[in-house]
Write a protein that binds this ligand. Structure first.
Ligand SMILES: Cc1cc2nc3c(=O)[nH]c(=O)nc-3n(C[C@H](O)[C@H](O)[C@H](O)COP(=O)(O)OP(=O)(O)OC[C@H]3O[C@@H](n4cnc5c(N)ncnc54)[C@H](O)[C@@H]3O)c2cc1C
Length: 403
């Protein structure tokens, strides 16, 4: 049975992530929000620390790379493993700064994709790489099945051609996990992901985007022109299984969506913590033992935001816990992303509202968190797409039946 208390064995890791967020990310948060596209060099030392923890085995699940499904369940058959630890430590890091967390070396969404789909040999070969994830194209965003980037087998290589946009960490990463089709006429089943190492001829970072939020994280346009990739860099099986359809590539999302939900949980928690302090300084009393309707409007609003936040957090923990216990979690991953993504935006913007002029000014980070959190309701599947997936699963309808 699921126990939603923070497991004892994860407490030290979560505390460490919180300390790092408070002492290393927060102090440079505004600096890299203002200096968009400059490299946060302070993160190199931090990433080395995380690598050290991972090597020593002291940090199962520190960062995005901890996500894997095939660890053994413990004797009792129920475990709190790498996925649960990952979402909790990622939430803590985003309490510090979401953009900087997304810019952390070797902790890219592509790393999570590799952990989800790679075989053991590939996992070993790509260990230590910093991988971004490239799905979106100029003609396609939400509808991943409509991608046009092609991968054509030629001897023991695949030749990739296409353009990917909005690739998070696309400039700074060492490799890019690229989604491409082996045969457009075979539909979703022919979509596979490939690890393309930077420096491969034909891969070109064209430009960087200027953005509303997460400005510490670089977002790149990357083109692939007759880009030759070793055949063994195709993640998972090269076979086109029309019955399995999109399931192989989509399995990535079952692990990355809870992570993005956790980012929203962490960012929103930061806003709640600061707002509570500001309200208390202003003389607002928030009383958890009295009904909201008999308290001041500001206190009642704050209580409502916190309960909404708790809903997002619990769904996120549930989705990660199910992954740890090898239970299918596509429905719960989308529910967590939908709830936490929306709550993240609502909470951070409402905190700006509650703090009014202080919330809107750059003297505090509230306005930044409101900007940062919006992306968490967009990438890895928008709010509307998560709701569509949930509806399909609950109603038992296919993507063709409910569009
Ligand atoms: C900062 C940033 C970082 C990103 N990082 C990455 C990355 O690392 N890798 C990557 O591959 N992509 C990345 N993306 C792209 C992101 O995943 C897409 O923006 C997202 O999937 C939406 O696609 P779109 O922008 O083309 O919007 P569209 O798909 O055109 O959607 C526009 C609107 O229509 C709604 N909509 C679409 N279809 C439906 C439907 N069937 N029913 C109801 N509503 C619908 C959407 O919810 C949205 O509100 C990033 C984007 C940003 C802004």
């Amino acid at each position: 049975m699921i126990n939603l208390e923070t497991p004892k064995k994860h407490r030290q890791l979560i505390d460490q992530a919180h300390q790092v967020a408070m002492n290393m990310l927060r102090p440079i948060s505004r600096k890299y929000d203002q200096a968009e596209h400059s490299y946060p060099k302070e993160l190199d030392m931090l990433a080395a620390m995380i690598d050290g923890l991972a090597d020593s085995g002291a940090s199962e699940g520190a960062g995005a790379t901890g996500v894997r499904r095939d660890d053994k369940a413990d004797e009792k058959g129920v475990k709190n493993g790498a996925n649960l630890a990952s979402v909790q430590s990622v939430a803590e890091m985003c309490w510090g700064d979401t953009g900087l967390t997304l810019a952390m070396p070797r902790q890219g969404l592509g790393n999570s994709a590799i952990a989800s789909v790679a075989n053991d040999e590939q996992l070993k070969r790509f260990e230590g790489t910093w991988a971004s994830m490239a799905i979106t194209e100029p003609s396609m965003g939400s509808d991943s099945a409509a991608l046009t980037t092609t991968a054509v087998k030629d001897g023991d290589e695949y030749v990739l051609n296409g353009e990917k946009i909005f690739v998070t960490a696309g400039d700074r990463s060492d490799s890019v996990v690229v989604w491409a089709t082996l045969d457009k006429s075979l539909g979703r089943a022919a979509i596979k992901s490939f690890v393309v190492t930077k420096g491969t001829p034909g891969l070109k970072v064209e430009r960087l985007e200027h953005k509303l939020g997460i400005r510490a994280s670089d977002t790149a346009v990357i083109t692939f022109t007759d880009c030759r990739v070793p055949a063994e860099n195709l993640l998972g099986s090269p076979d086109i299984d029309v019955k399995q359809g999109f399931a192989g590539a989509m399995a990535t999302f079952d692990n990355t969506r809870p992570l993005v939900a956790a980012m929203a949980v962490g960012c929103a928690r930061a806003a709640l913590d600061l707002t509570r302090g500001l309200l208390e300084e202003a003389g607002v009393v928030i009383d958890y033992d009295r009904p909201a309707q008999v308290q001041s409007a500001a206190a009642a609003k704050f209580l409502q935001l916190e309960s909404d936040w708790e809903g997002g957090r619990l769904l996120t923990l549930q989705a990660a816990w199910m992954a740890d216990n090898r239970q299918p979690n596509s429905l719960e991953a989308s529910m967590a992303k939908a709830k936490a993504g929306r709550v993240g935006s609502d909470v951070t913007l409402s905190c700006v509202e509650l703090a009014a002029s202080v919330g809107y000014s750059e003297t505090e980070l509230l306005e930044k968190w409101a900007r940062d959190s919006k992306i968490l309701d967009i990438f890895e599947g928008t709010q509307q797409i998560q709701q569509l997936i949930v509806a399909r699963r609950v109603l038992g309808l296919s993507s063709a039946e409910l569009k």
